[in-house]
Design a protein around this ligand. Sequence first.
Ligand SMILES: [Zn+2]
Length: 304
Amino acid sequence: MARFRINILGCGSATPSLRHLPSCQVVDFRDNLMMIDCGEGAQLSMRKMKLKFSRLNHIFISHLHGDHVLGLPGLLSTMSLHGKTGTVTIHTFREGIELLKPLVDFLCHEPSYELVWHEISPSGGTVLETPSLTVAAFPLYHRVPAVGFLMRETEKPRHIKGDMVEFHQVPVSRMAAIKAGADFVKPDGTVIPNAMLTSDADPCVSYAYCSDTTYNPKIAAAVRGVDLLYHEATYIDADAHKAHERGHATASEAARTALEAGARQLLLGHYSKSYEDESRHLAEARAIFPNTLAANEGMTIDLL
Ligand SMILES: [Zn+2]
């Protein structure tokens, strides 16, 4: 079972190229699949990467540019043809619901699963909360309203030291509080500090998706301490003027955000079709933030 795996289905930008597909990722969190952006051909890429339609229940849309949403009708139709059951929730802005719902209703009549449209705000906020994971949106700075997504495991309980708990005769009724960090007070008033009864909880892993956006220091603040930051790097430094005109970032600016955020690792993507490869993106980003990778279709990254 994947604990927290990022699958890259598409990491090109809007103008089609033969090297990359438009934006699409699938986050596999304990075998629950969540898609971020849905560029054209998403359903084919899912099949290629052996990602099961039956496990896909959430689709998060960062903004309403075609290269981030045009895969939706095809994906939703294909899943119905495959007899998918359960629920699929699409998280998008109000305009996205107004625009996409009639199209999907027309093209994908009576799907085999329940389709739910959930409105999110361009100013951000909590989008999804499960007992083990929270997905929050935060504003990006693009030509149209856009949000990034931060997925973070919820705080985990501390590990119980079985022998110590037994030795101090901690009753079962106190165990939840002890796991949450409470001290144990014995019937005679003796206080057993929590550190004697437990060890540290597993760290909470987090992932942030930032595409499309220009550089803005508020992004680093929104994703502070993130384990893996996917950040658009549409251009290299020599084309910085194009990035700024078009509401995009350079690889150096992505690296600057990763550095300012104290991210553990940076993953570049959303490349313009103007480049033959991503070697310059990587070199420019690594000069600022060494722990940088360049995304590619078919790539998977496990967050541990
Ligand atoms: Zn865009």
